[in-house]
Design a protein around this ligand. Sequence first.
Ligand SMILES: Nc1ncnc2c1ncn2[C@@H]1O[C@H](COP(=O)(O)OP(=O)(O)OP(=O)(O)O)[C@@H](O)[C@H]1O
Ligand SMILES: [Mg+2]
Length: 262
Amino acid sequence: MRIIAVINQKGGVGKTTTTLNLAHALSLMDKHVIALDMDPQGHLTSGFGIQQNGLHGMDEVLLENKSLSSLGFKVRPNLSLVPAGERLGELEFVNRGGLDKGYRLRDAIANETAADIVLVDCPPSSGLLTMNCLLAATELLIPVSSDFLALHGLSRLIRIVNDVETRLQKKSKKWIAVTRFQRKRLLSRQVRDKLITVFPGRVLATPINEAVVLAESPGHGQTIFDYKNTCQSAVDYKQLAEDLLVGRTCKEADSERLADVG
Ligand SMILES: Nc1ncnc2c1ncn2[C@@H]1O[C@H](COP(=O)(O)OP(=O)(O)OP(=O)(O)O)[C@@H](O)[C@H]1O
Ligand SMILES: [Mg+2]
């Protein structure tokens, strides 16, 4: 089972958009997927068309030790969602349990064997919720938006992750997904090139283009595959899902694909 945390402490880089659409793309490729909303904002939950009011989910998994399967919803064929739940933010204030409280998510997932892939939408912070995501994950998927400030945040994130992993003797595979890509903008291409140079073999081959449909679909409780199945953004996320399944990164990418850039 692959446990992939979609993680970046920087806000608005496309974590939730990527979790939502990648989860659906993978389920359409016959993978059994569980998506976990670990952000108290609950945007992944509403993106799948589930109303968060009065609901419980990851809050009770982490605070009350309930099982993922007892709180999951089947949102699409092959795809379950565990919503954030109203009380999820309370986890940040739990001070009992020492180091163990960082392992609650890992332990909850360990009891769950039905999935091929668990995708975790992380909050934009570096507190206990994020620590739980980090410690549960076997792989990290780091969305980086194509602007220069994103690179600053990224080196900080990598430093934190490496520190934690060294201290806890843990090693997860790291993937970078370029999001909000504008192929006509020089800055976008420079940011992508820089990432490929600094993290060789880690940048997934397909950049996700900036597109208004990706911003619109969650407002309708829909993924891009529900909303506009034939658009370029659906192709982008389908290809990104393939990249992740076969480990296709920029080095091995078909260079033709971006040859029109320039
Ligand atoms: N490729 C894209 N094209 C256009 N808009 C996008 C794209 N990706 C994300 N957005 C929009 O940008 C905003 C931030 O995206 P998203 O919520 O996925 O980021 P996030 O990293 O999860 O944010 P947060 O840190 O607040 O959880 C949203 O309004 C979303 O619809
Ligand atoms: Mg989010």
